[in-house]
Design a protein around this ligand. Structure first.
Ligand SMILES: *Cc1c(COP(=O)(O)O)cnc(C)c1O
Length: 375
């Protein structure tokens, strides 16, 4: 049979990302493609940068959107800043902290790991004890919102400790940006990366990043070239901030950047603090409903992410069958467990445009039905 156009089903995306993309953002994506060095496009890139500075709450000049998913943003932060001479303290409380460790290992830098239990926030005291024991450490890296477990770490305190020990900070904000409080400048974050498809509710494939003045100096002072040509910030910066004289580095994903522009504009129009509150209030309704269904949260209340609700799968219930039923009968996607929680948990996302009352109601109705059928 001849292959035909692909028409995806209309789903409600309540997993760990991507989240639902609004019609407004999809419409932006469908506007005419223009050249990536067209003056009109360059003006739009400048606006994307301004909107990202708003979302990150930073004045960092070195703020941009990498043309690749969140994982590339992670890699960009590590390969640009770290050399084999450095000592990096990585806090691990889930899958994404473990990926940071792999990045450090591949660079060949000295690595010190601070482990906290999965499903809990990173413990500030453990970081402090580790920094005391390793005075040569010059970087601290951690995940603000651990999507694999639903735990929120206290980014402000962790950065404050890192600064007291003269360390630069690298923060994963893939799931936190737009969903919970995040203040890059006030908290002293030196390198941060996020993703387009979580609480920004844009299409996947773009990674917003920002580097502080001090981090940018470290990159400029490098004596060895960055091991990745594509992610080398000293080259990409000439493309994103060439002040009218932009140097061709690669071809930006033109239409995807229209979409990011629109989703960031929506965030600015809503007001980022309002977006944080919306995530929290929808989470509270969802959490109460899930608890009434007899589901138990993995993360203690004080450390929970509103945008990622991880609950234990009740004894004797078939994980895959429940998720299949939700997808087939309700067009509802929820996430499976990851890493230590594979087969043991569901991860219910309330990210960005998905975090609305009607989706919470749909999810609770569908879960109630699915649990009843499977008990
Ligand atoms: C999703 C996610 C990533 C990876 O982002 P991709 O866009 O899938 O590459 C990294 N860190 C965290 C915390 C995430 O949730």
């Amino acid at each position: 049979m001849a292959i035909q156009s692909f028409i995806p089903p209309q789903r409600t995306l309540m997993g760990p990302g991507p989240s639902d993309v609004s019609q407004r953002v999809l419409s932006a994506l469908a506007r005419p493609t223009i050249g990536h060095l067209d003056p009109e496009f360059i003006t739009m890139m400048d606006e994307v940068k301004q909107l990202l500075q708003y979302a990150f709450k930073t004045k960092n000049e070195n703020t941009m959107a990498i043309s690749a998913p969140g994982s590339a943003g992670m890699e960009a932060c590590f390969v640009n800043l770290i050399t084999p001479d450095d000592t990096v303290v990585v806090c691990r409380n889930g899958v994404f902290g473990a990926r940071m460790i792999e990045n450090v290992q591949r660079i060949g830098a000295k690595l010190v790991i601070v482990d906290s239990p999965w499903g809990r926030a990173v413990e500030p005291q453990r970081l402090e004890d580790t920094l005391k024991a390793h005075p040569q450490a010059n970087f601290v890296a951690f995940v603000h919102a651990e999507t694999s477990t639903g735990a929120c770490s206290d980014a402000k305190s962790l950065c404050e400790i890192a600064k007291r020990y003269q360390c630069l900070t690298i923060v994963d904000a893939v799931t936190s940006l737009g969903g919970i409080e995040l203040r890059v400048d006030d908290w002293g974050i030196d390198a941060i990366y996020s993703g387009s498809q979580k609480c920004l509710s844009c299409v996947p494939g773009i990674s917003p990043v920002s580097f502080s003045e001090q981090a940018s100096e470290v990159i400029q002072r490098r004596s060895t070239p960055v091991q990745s040509w594509f992610l080398d910030q000293s080259l990409v910066m000439g493309y994103w901030s060439g002040k009218g004289k932009r140097a061709y580095h690669h071809t930006a994903p033109v239409n995807s950047l229209y979409a990011l522009h629109e989703s960031l504009l929506m965030l600015q129009q809503e007001g980022i603090e309002n977006a944080w509150h919306r995530h929290q209030s929808q989470h509270q309704v969802l959490a109460q409903g899930l608890t009434e269904l007899g589901l138990n949260f993995i993360v203690p209340e004080a450390e929970r992410l509103p945008q990622l609700n991880a609950v234990y799968i009740p004894q004797g219930i078939d994980d895959a069958s429940v998720r299949q039923m939700l997808l087939q009968e309700y067009n509802l996607e929820i996430g499976a467990g990851l890493g230590e929680f594979a087969g043991k948990a569901w991860r219910i996302g309330l990210m960005g445009f998905t975090a609305r009352r009607e989706n919470v109601a749909l999810c609770l109705t569908a879960m109630a039905e699915a649990l009843k059928k499977h008990r």
